[in-house]
Ligand binder design. Sequence first.
Ligand SMILES: Nc1ncnc2c1ncn2[C@@H]1O[C@H](COP(=O)(O)OP(=O)(O)OP(=O)(O)O)[C@@H](O)[C@H]1O
Ligand SMILES: [Mg+2]
Length: 157
Amino acid sequence: MQYKTRDHLVTATYRVNFQVLKSDRFVLLGASGCGKSTLLKAVGGYMMPTEGEIRLKGVPVRGPGPDRMMVFQEFDQLLPWKTVKENVMFALEASGKLKGRAAEDKAMQYIEKVNLADFANNYPHTLSGGMKQRVAIARGMAMEPDILLMDAPQDAG
Ligand SMILES: Nc1ncnc2c1ncn2[C@@H]1O[C@H](COP(=O)(O)OP(=O)(O)OP(=O)(O)O)[C@@H](O)[C@H]1O
Ligand SMILES: [Mg+2]
């Protein structure tokens, strides 16, 4: 994976090869800047590999999709004008997976899983960084994707 900047070509990862099987918990560990987020973004379909291929169930990844939910490391990923519950419901409704009461029940089920039931009606700006990341984790899990990509979930406590 490479980044092209104005006067540099940054090779963030080089010839990485691994396979993840169903129900695996696969962890990427390495020093800061070694390319973990880059690799995760590539699996999420947000970046294309310079060479080689990423396949999901044998099919090459061409872009993001609801089969790969991603919890990002570095930016505010919740909709600030929606509550915790509405943020989780939004993913379910926008993707057409569930709506109304069914979306609300599913959202609450996963919000409880990440211990945020008491904050379901809070807005993101009233939460800590780790709490916001837990909301993003609940949102990802609620979609019940093939793969949940979590960047630095240890920050979520
Ligand atoms: N948008 C970008 N443009 C140019 N270079 C980038 C960009 N994003 C990351 N890089 C470079 O790619 C390399 C890998 O970055 P990456 O964010 O994948 O590291 P990381 O392993 O996730 O680090 P950390 O543990 O600090 O989160 C670094 O050298 C970084 O400077
Ligand atoms: Mg990172």
